[in-house]
Design a protein around this ligand. Structure first.
Ligand code: ADP
Ligand code: ZN
Ligand code: ZN
Length: 687
């Protein structure tokens, strides 16, 4: 184990991070016998009394200040838990401070759910990753791949690398080579992927190359499996940890690299408890551990892109697909025009309203060639947007330029400020259409397809159909085995999948993506469109895959830049918009959530919080850039009998936002016991 730099051996009073919702550490006394124990040091796990319970905690530092409460003794040192080393401790302390979350509960996330298994039982389930008989050999790298690898390896130590490569450019291959070298250098690495991409496809690829070195942690492991994988990494028996965001919390003794695939994915932000962003947290862990952090994406987040532009991240670009395979061709179908035509021809109803003639014909042709088609339909937002079926108009907030969402039958609300209006019967834009909530679903699409293509084998993948990991894996396998001709699914299936037979991708109604009530809506839509398109024709050595995007807004910038495969252009366009309104990555944003079972009390507390915030702002010039929006009802106004309100805080930079939010969150003695106030720094969604 790493020696901690200032272990404070032999000290009497200790600040302990206690696993309880306490804003700060608690001070405990080490009794004489423990003081003589060399295991009593910063980073050690202990058990301490709290009320009438015994709870786990971690020693952070010696202190001379006995605190304001009656001192209690540390009960025991818990030597079963490994000593947390200095870089990792500093990272945990940073997380707790930055995300305004209790240090004790932050530290506790580190540890596995069960006790260490003393005797390894030979159970088939415990062996998650099986050593393949022969490891696969890396293909000869493409020149672009080789360049990226040597550029990253030539700068050891901490640095953040952004690998921007078009879909199918061989990014995964780059990660595997980098990690092979990490292992060869006697170090360990972490690969973070979005939970949904942790499919057998990806895990098989890594184990085929890296064999027994690979451990996997995801949310569907049993507590025993998770505990075993954790220890295998902590004891250095395995070298590469692949996992969803929580894998960061495994305290590797010998961290040499962190890779984050699909770094733009919104799911890297945890939106409950410790509301950390795994990308940002990984960069900080790399910094404390002095190792490189590699971010990869075909559509980097604008935060990362801006950091690359400013020179904080090193940018590496791959502009070509492997073996110069073609990027798919993308056609855009204007659903407004389609509607007009059908009205004129009197063919309304011949095909379902969501299916254009072009997409219908393309499906037919694909099936005739024995290839596979996939239709994606972005799951309709939980918060409902309204759209005019004739012209595609969607009501937006005049202050925030985000889409309004429908509450009740006709109440349109902005979720950033408190702007609201009443939904009119006829569209204010074309004066003709009758705006409706967007309510098209995958189930309807599947049903219509079954009628139109009775011979085709259909599969549906969405959150109603796929609820377990096994179901996801089964579905993936059956598509790989070509037991499915048409796949219908939500965006959840678009992530990272690689099906050789898939040559046609249809986006049923792209609009759902850019009508979300979020300033990141355009970015998410661009990412989604590009990722979805990237599933088509990945293995075609001749010709190109085909993508058909149906939309009411063919001139929407997200579509325009997707069609031209122009990430740089999109980034420039959207950054200009963000800069005007001081949205991230320019300004920073946090949200306070106020919730409780009594609506009136929640409203009152929210307004009081705003009053406190205003007075805090007026106390210091440092807070000049702070802007307060709301408070107002959250889009999901009631969950599990709790009413939810929110207040948004914007500021020019992270430091200002952080100190303002910490100061505001600190004094909660006024908060009624039934009300909870939580802060979300760098909030990703306001739901
Ligand atoms: P990305 O992660 O950028 O989408 P992948 O790493 O999945 O790309 O590569 C796309 C496909 O090309 C995969 O089937 C992969 O095995 C293959 N591939 C990657 N690099 C090479 C290479 N240098 N030579 C041949 N095939 C490659
Ligand atoms: Zn607004
Ligand atoms: Zn209209």
């Amino acid at each position: 184990m790493t020696d901690n730099s200032s272990p404070n051996l032999g000290a009497e009073l200790w600040k302990v991070a206690v696993d309880a919702p306490l804003p700060t550490t608690f001070t405990y006394r080490a009794p004489l016998d423990l003081r003589a124990d060399p295991n009593l040091r910063r980073g050690a796990s202990v058990r301490v009394p709290l009320g009438n319970r015994q709870v786990p905690g971690v020693l952070l530092s010696a202190t001379n200040d006995p605190g304001e409460f009656k001192l209690k003794n540390i009960s025991a040192i818990d030597t079963e838990r490994p000593l947390l080393h200095e870089a990792f401790l500093q990272w945990l302390e940073w997380l707790a401070k930055y995300y305004v979350y209790p240090i004790g509960q932050t530290v506790e996330i580190t540890f596995p759910p069960l006790k260490k298994q003393v005797k390894a039982r030979k159970s088939k389930k415990a062996a998650l990753t099986q050593e393949p008989e022969t490891l696969s050999v890396a293909p000869k790298l493409m020149p672009e791949q080789a360049q990226v690898i040597s550029a990253i390896e030539s700068s050891p130590g901490f640095g953040t690398h952004l690998v921007h490569g078009v879909t199918g450019s061989g990014k995964t291959e780059i990660y595997m080579k980098l990690l092979e070298d990490v292992v060869a250098n006697g170090k360990q690495g972490i690969v973070l992927v979005p939970e949904i991409s942790l499919t057998p496809q990806l895990i098989d690829r890594f184990t085929a190359r890296l064999g027994n070195a690979v451990a996997v942690i995801h949310s569907h492991l049993t507590p025993r499996e998770k505990t075993n994988q954790w220890w295998a990494m902590v004891e250095g028996k395995k070298q590469i940890l692949i996992g969803a965001r929580s894998a960061l919390f495994c305290p590797l003794p010998n961290l040499g690299m962190i890779v984050i695939d699909e770094e733009h994915e919104a799911s890297f932000k945890q939106d409950e408890k410790l509301k950390y962003h795994a990308r940002d947290a990984a960069i900080m862990l790399g910094k404390f551990s002095n190792c490189p952090v590699v971010l990869g994406s075909a559509t980097p987040s604008l935060e990362s892109w801006q950091n690359a532009k400013l020179g904080r991240f090193k940018l590496h670009q791959l502009k070509h697909r492997v073996a110069d395979r073609a990027l798919p061709t993308i056609e855009v179908i204007d659903l407004r025009g389609e509607r007009e035509e059908r009205k004129a021809e009197g063919t309304v109803g011949a095909l379902p309203f969501w299916l254009s003639d072009t997409l219908y014909t393309a499906i037919d042709e694909t099936l005739a060639k024995g290839q596979q088609a996939a239709l994606f339909l972005n799951r309709r937002g939980i918060a409902q947007a309204v759209v005019c079926p004739d012209c595609g108009w969607v009501p937006a907030c005049p202050n925030c330029e985000v889409k309004l969402t429908l509450h009740g039958k006709s109440h349109l609300l902005c979720h950033y400020c408190d702007y609201h209006e009443t939904l009119t019967e006829y569209c204010t834009e074309c004066k003709d259409g009758e705006p409706k909530p967007i309510g098209l679903g995958t189930e309807l699409v599947e049903r219509d397809l079954a009628k139109l293509f009775p011979q085709a084998r259909l599969a549906r993948m969405d959150r109603d159909e796929i609820t377990t990991r096994e179901e996801l894996e089964d579905a993936v396998r059956s598509i790989e085995r070509r037991e499915v001709d048409i796949l219908v699914g939500t965006q959840m299936i678009a992530k990272g999948l690689d099906f050789p037979g898939l040559t046609l991708v249809g986006l049923v109604m792209a609009d759902v993506a850019f009508n979300l009530p979020d300033f990141r809506a355009s970015e998410r839509a661009f990412q989604l469109l590009t990722q979805v398109a990237g599933r088509s024709g990945r293995h075609l050595d001749e010709g190109a895959g085909r993508v058909i995007i149906q939309t009411y807004n063919p001139e929407h910038p997200s579509i325009h830049y997707t069609v031209n495969h122009d990430y740089d252009g999109f980034a420039e366009y959207d950054l200009a918009f963000r800069e005007q309104l001081n949205y991230p990555p320019f300004g920073r944003m946090a949200s306070f959530r106020i919730q409780g079972p009594d609506e009136a009390k929640v409203a009152r507390a929210s307004h009081h919080l705003k009053t406190l915030a205003l007075s805090l702002k007026s106390k210091s010039k440092n807070f000049d850039s702070v802007e307060l929006l709301g408070p107002n009802e959250a889009p999901l106004k009631k969950i599990r009998n709790n009413y939810r309100w929110q207040m948004v805080v914007k500021a020019n930079d992270a430091a200002t936002l952080g100190s303002f939010c910490r100061a505001l969150a600190e004094h909660q003695d006024w908060v009624p016991s039934t009300i909870k106030i939580m802060v979300d720094i760098d909030a990703a969604h306001l739901l």
